[in-house]
Design a protein around this ligand. Sequence first.
Ligand SMILES: [Zn+2]
Ligand SMILES: [Zn+2]
Length: 159
Amino acid sequence: MEKKLDIELVKILTQPIVPPVLHYVTPRKIMGQSKWNKLKQEYLLLADHHCMICQRYVSHTPGDWLELHERYEYDFENLVQKLVGYVSICHECHMFIHQGLLRIQLKSGEISAENYQKILDKGNGLLRQFGLQKITYPSEEVFLSPDWKLDFDGKLYGK
Ligand SMILES: [Zn+2]
Ligand SMILES: [Zn+2]
């Protein structure tokens, strides 16, 4: 059966990179590894070998696994990153969302320039198809603010 792209899911690719101060304040840490693993398994079953964003078949062989990603909404005025759900997605879609990490991997040589470009091209292509754009921070100051909070199940967590 041909899987169709869903704009609401493709929209997840517009998610901006996580503000640095929240890198270590994650739902995974708050809920603990065993709960996280359970959730990951749950979404893996839901996804049924297909990336929930680009719908490509994911084989679950070394190097090709579905990854659990947290969906966030960003409030740039109140500096709140709110968890709104999860998706099970392929590595390329995941790295397109976490472009900050992708750039670090490029610099360290962990990925080639060719693969880096491939990931960007694929994500940008999907966004273009739906007339979407990656969300950007209103300013560098907002991005780097130490006051960002994670809203997880209605509770706020900060550094
Ligand atoms: Zn994908
Ligand atoms: Zn993620």
